[in-house]
Write a protein that binds this ligand. Structure first.
Ligand code: UD2
Length: 301
């Protein structure tokens, strides 16, 4: 299965690369230095891509954490996902929460379902955010290998505005952070303490990726989650918490860039914009964005 998946990925990768060369976006960086496509509006043909994936009856799992007051974001997230996220495909949303009774009823289309998984409350938001990796790993082990092909792990304080579909699939999928895509790498907020497992040296890393949206095939995400978790726990033993918790641990992606078999799909900041930021002219559409929130009101500490 893995090998046939890899062949399919290579085929789609080549397709996207050729398509990009034909439908050039000259106003944005649409290809990485290691020649992977960066998905922007206008660099893919949604009809063609859907027609490749549709007969394969792929199944997509989504994890979303809504712990404590973050449950208030869930309704909007789920309702907009119904309108824009892999419409017409099999989607299974796994909601991790400590408030199962407050999970809203949202009407889902055929082939789409929701499962609630209970998690303990926490006094520290950093812990909630960081523990996601462990719980994602557990979910893959316990459930997903039986019924899913891909997984996306998304922040709940967000909503969809436009299509997010098959163009985003890949071995491992990362979103370029909207706050840093125009910056020089010296500005990326990587962890700079060399004692940390998340340490990134000056001059390394082509992009800074969001912690709020990532995904891919199960085994790649499993590896990502276990590596991030291991690093996080090792740091904790040494009294270190990486600059942006598990987001900085996405430094993991950096070291995949020279691994040709990993097939990293890079999504443009269209796939996780921030509502407080004005839209830049090169951003033709916003597909998914983080809503404005008052941290003092919603975080447990
Ligand atoms: C960034 C990242 C986030 C994470 C965090 C680490 C983006 C857009 N966001 O956002 O993914 O890497 O930095 O510092 O890339 N949560 C709860 N209850 C809580 C706190 C958090 O359920 O009390 C969950 C929830 O799903 C939320 C996610 O953890 O969406 C991330 O927390 P955040 O949104 O407060 O993190 P933030 O805005 O600093």
């Amino acid at each position: 299965i893995y090998i046939s998946y890899m062949y399919m990925c290579i085929y789609i990768y080549i397709y996207m690369y050729i398509y990009m060369c034909v439908c050039v976006r000259t106003d944005v960086v649409a290809v990485t230095p290691w020649l992977a496509p960066i998905v922007w509006e206008g660099t893919f043909n949604p009809v063609l891509l859907d027609s490749i994936y549709k007969p394969k009856k792929i199944s997509i799992a989504v994890t979303v954490f809504a712990v404590g007051k973050y449950i208030m974001f869930l309704k909007n997230f789920l309702e907009t996902a119904e309108q824009h996220f892999f419409v017409g495909f099999n989607v299974h949303v796994y909601v991790f929460t400590d408030r199962p009774k407050e999970v809203p009823e949202v009407k889902m289309a055929d082939g789409r379902q929701l499962t609630v998984r209970l998690v303990p409350s926490s006094k520290r938001w950093q812990e909630i955010s960081a523990r996601r990796m462990e719980l994602i790993q557990k979910l893959i082990d316990e459930q997903l290998r039986k019924n899913s092909d891909y997984i996306f792990c998304l922040d709940v304080d967000s909503k969809f505005h436009d299509r997010w579909g098959t163009e985003s699939l890949g071995g491992l999928v990362a979103v370029i952070h909207p706050g840093y895509y125009l910056d020089n790498r010296s500005k990326f907020p990587y962890e700079r303490r060399s004692a940390s497992k998340a340490y990134v040296a000056d001059g390394e890393g082509d992009f800074y990726y969001c912690g709020g949206a990532f995904g891919g095939i199960l085994e790649e995400v499993y590896l990502l989650a276990s590596t991030c978790r291991f690093n996080f726990e090792e740091d904790a033993k040494n009294g270190i918490e990486a600059a942006w918790q598990e987001e900085t641990s996405c430094y993991y992606f950096i070291y995949l860039t020279d691994c040709t078999s990993c097939l990293l799909t890079v999504l443009s900041p269209e796939y996780l914009w921030q509502d407080f930021k004005a839209r830049n002219p090169e951003v033709k559409t916003i597909r998914f964005s983080g809503v404005i929130k008052n941290y003092a009101d919603i975080r447990p500490n």
